[in-house]
Write a protein that binds this ligand. Structure first.
Ligand SMILES: C[S@@+](CC[C@H](N)C(=O)[O-])C[C@H]1O[C@@H](n2cnc3c(N)ncnc32)[C@H](O)[C@@H]1O
Ligand code: SF4
Ligand code: SF4
Length: 306
């Protein structure tokens, strides 16, 4: 436990008086991988490796922000959060509903009650050109050597792009017997004006990929952690109802994104995916799944933007 008593504690950035039930925090801007699709390291985001906050200050600031904004759910992210494993293991205790998303190359943390999402972007032959040579093997080893039955919920997550989409079914066949609690899919979030190998220029091309995920869900209903109605809501004729052109309908904008900015102070970005995003082609599954659950509960579907 870090000693906080001999620190001159900096107070967090003022993010106003809004209530945020959910937030994410980039505990470090450092990463051991250089994934081709990564939004964190895009130009225009707070993401410099030299900007850092020590453990005691971060624990203090997270506590203050939790109490000020009523934060219940906190997603620990980075960079690679497990580079600061000791800090993360302390910080998850501050929140009712903590979760971690990790590249899995530092092992899988034992965090009872916590959701640990481990990123892999397709079968080995597709994952490694994106995440780096030997990464798939390393993550597989970490998954197989972790202590199971400790109450940590471990999910694999594939970020589907135009490029790795052909490997969806092969990926599921490759991991379906791994000791994990499920496999999740999210889709690529491009920058504005991006026309490269990763982004679908026309969302109608993505619809057929969504149908393949729906077919996988029907084949492996327990393993695949996607809801069919949420996947249907991602289809090209409806998606904009839940995103808007500039995030005006997006429920995820009700989440507070704490990026690590200048001088090691928290900065908020436009949304969890940073500052330069094309909402009209957003593939964040959480946006649509959140809207689906709100609709089921009879709540307002759209974010008011306030
Ligand atoms: C940014 S990473 C940070 C945590 C950790 N380093 C990892 O890779 O899991 C969090 C998740 O965002 C996904 N991701 C990265 N770039 C993305 C993008 N442009 N669109 C959608 N998801 C993306 C990653 O694949 C990963 O699952
Ligand atoms: S491991 Fe995570 S943070 Fe690092 S480059 Fe890849 S997606 Fe980005
Ligand atoms: S998460 Fe919301 S605000 Fe961010 S890119 Fe997607 S639709 Fe836009």
């Amino acid at each position: 436990m870090p000693n906080t008593s001999d620190h001159e504690m900096r107070e967090p950035t003022d993010f106003g008086d809004g209530r945020y039930r959910a937030a994410l925090v980039n505990v470090t801007n450092v990463c051991n991988l250089e994934c081709r699709h990564c939004f964190v390291f895009r130009a225009g985001n707070p993401n410099l490796a030299r900007d850092k906050m020590d453990d005691a200050t971060m624990l203090h600031q997270l506590r203050v922000l939790r109490d000020k904004h009523g934060i219940k759910s906190m997603l620990f992210m980075g960079g690679e959060p497990m580079i600061r494993k000791n800090l993360v293991m302390e910080a998850i205790k501050l929140f009712e509903n903590p979760s971690i998303v990790t590249n899995g190359t530092y092992g899988i943390p034992s965090a009872p009650g916590c959701l640990v999402t481990v990123s892999l972007d397709g079968p080995e032959r597709m994952n490694d050109p994106i995440r780096g040579d030997g990464v798939f093997r390393k993550v597989r080893e970490a998954i197989f050597t972790r202590k199971t039955g400790d109450g940590t919920i471990v999910i694999l997550q594939m970020t589907v792009t135009k490029e790795n989409a052909p490997g969806l079914e092969e990926f599921v066949e490759e991991v379906k017997d791994w000791p994990v609690d499920g496999v999740a899919f999210t889709f690529y979030v491009p920058c504005k004006g991006e026309h490269g190998p990763l982004a679908w220029d026309d969302l109608r091309e993505r619809d057929v990929v969504l149908d393949r995920v729906i077919a996988l869900k029907r084949k492996y209903p327990k393993l695949i952690k996607s809801n069919i109605p949420a996947l249907e809501m991602m289809k090209s004729d409806r998606a904009m109802n839940y995103t808007g052109e500039h995030g005006e309908h997006c429920g995820m904008r009700a989440m507070l994104p704490l990026y690590m900015g200048k001088g090691g102070n928290f900065e908020r970005t436009f949304c969890c995916y940073g500052n330069d995003v094309d909402c009209t082609r957003c593939g964040a599954y959480g946006v649509f799944n959140g809207a689906y659950h709100r609709m089921k509960k009879g709540e307002e579907p759209a974010y008011s933007g306030s």
